[in-house]
Design a protein around this ligand. Structure first.
Ligand SMILES: [Zn+2]
Length: 286
């Protein structure tokens, strides 16, 4: 076949913060980028987080003997494009592109409170010195005669997320809509947003892909489409566990019981503790 894809996964760094009730230190989740190549040209999907991630991407892309034409950013969260500086220095002709709603969200990650209160305290001098902006793009890209579709899907783990569909590869690169054996990040959700997230999963499932690459993935787990439904089940379990009316600790323990093997307990504890509070606030307001 004259179109191929390859995936690079990097492990998440430890981050500051208290351990979970069962003693797991906080860390970032492992993250992936996907290189789609045809005829000596390629598109990179997403761009990781740290300057070191950027150098690893350069080495990895160099190994593919390809001219990088574009980097597509799936959603406006810094951990999916902050690492691009070394890539854009090595491949200066590559354009950074994103759907218009994602391109509009990117500046808010690079400056303002998201940067000074979240990214800088967490990663500080591990971050690159410059960050890209993205040109708004249409919903399809022609890679050497193959269509690469960019699908705007809505709220998943943050507002305005998208995924990439490559029909000729039977491939979806799902950004943060699908998580592969990693804890889905529900801190920025509520019941309604988790419903919207499940609608994003419907859009991925409708493509009936044979391969699904999750933006946050267990490096040892194949890119299997069953993770669409496993992500849905996790989200339904969050709703189900919250509906029991218990507090954060028993809610967390129940989620651990239902999802014992998912990577990143810190993300589970942060998610369940915030969602228990969100549930209680919504109950007070109604
Ligand atoms: Zn992410």
């Amino acid at each position: 076949m004259d179109i191929t894809y390859d995936v690079l996964v990097v492990d998440g760094l430890p981050i500051a913060g208290r351990p979970t009730p069962d003693g797991h230190a906080p860390k970032w989740s492992p993250s992936s980028v996907t290189l789609i190549s045809s005829g000596g040209k390629s598109v990179l999907v997403d761009g990781l987080l740290t300057a070191e991630d950027g150098r690893r991407m350069v080495e990895w892309i160099d190994g593919h003997d390809t001219e990088l034409e574009a980097v597509y950013v799936t959603h406006g969260h810094g951990d999916h494009f902050f690492g691009l500086e070394p890539v854009l220095q090595r491949y200066p002709r590559a354009r950074v592109i994103a759907r218009p709603e994602v391109a509009a969200a990117i500046p808010g990650q690079i400056s303002g409170p998201m940067f000074t209160e979240v990214w800088e305290p967490l990663f500080g001098d591990k971050l690159a010195g410059t960050f890209p902006s993205a040109e708004p793009c249409g919903d399809a890209y022609d890679l050497n005669g193959h269509t690469v579709e960019f699908v705007s899907a809505g709220h998943s783990d943050c507002p305005d997320t998208t995924f990439v569909h490559v029909p000729d590869l039977d491939l979806v690169v799902a950004g943060d809509i699908v998580y592969n054996n990693v804890t889905p990040y529900v801190v920025y959700t509520n019941a309604e947003k988790r419903r919207q997230w499940r609608a994003c999963l419907d859009l991925v499932a409708e493509r009936n892909p044979a391969h699904v690459v999750a933006g946050h993935t267990d490096p040892d787990s194949p890119h299997d489409p069953r993770h669409i439904e496993l992500t849905r089940q996790f989200l339904l379990d969050v709703d189900d566990v919250l509906a029991r009316g218990e507090q954060s600790l028993p809610n967390y323990e129940e989620m651990v019981r239902r999802h014992p093997d998912r990577i990143n307990r810190g993300a589970l504890w942060a998610g369940i503790a915030t969602q228990t509070k969100t549930r209680d606030k919504a109950a007070q307001a109604s």
